[in-house]
Design a protein around this ligand. Structure first.
Ligand code: FES
Length: 100
């Protein structure tokens, strides 16, 4: 948690042989949520630069076509209204963001 600003975001990539996963976490207050880095509009990754928040830092931005999502991953602006990001289950244990 100490490495995440409030609000803030951070991307992660994991690979194992041919398997690859890209995801990100967003912090908003003491809440942290994780999502697969995959836009439901065109299937592109949301941010090539690793910042997943919009300019006001009150939502998640896809830089592909400027769609925005709330912190629950629901599309609120642009081409993704009504669509949802794919959750990546994360939780905070003793100040660390962890996933299974
Ligand atoms: S690829 Fe994300 S809004 Fe189009």
């Amino acid at each position: 948690m100490a490495d995440l600003t409030d609000p803030g975001s951070r991307g992660f990539e994991f690979d194992d042989g041919d398997a690859f996963f890209a995801g990100f976490v967003v912090r908003h207050g003491n809440a942290v949520a994780g999502f697969v880095d995959y836009c439901p509009h065109a299937g592109w990754r949301l941010s090539p630069r690793g910042n997943f928040l919009n300019r006001a830092k009150d939502g998640i931005l896809c830089t592909g076509h400027r769609a925005e999502f709330d912190f629950d991953g629901l599309g609120t602006v642009g081409k993704c209204i009504g669509l949802s990001l794919t959750p990546w289950p994360v939780t905070v244990i003793e100040g660390m963001v962890v996933t299974a």
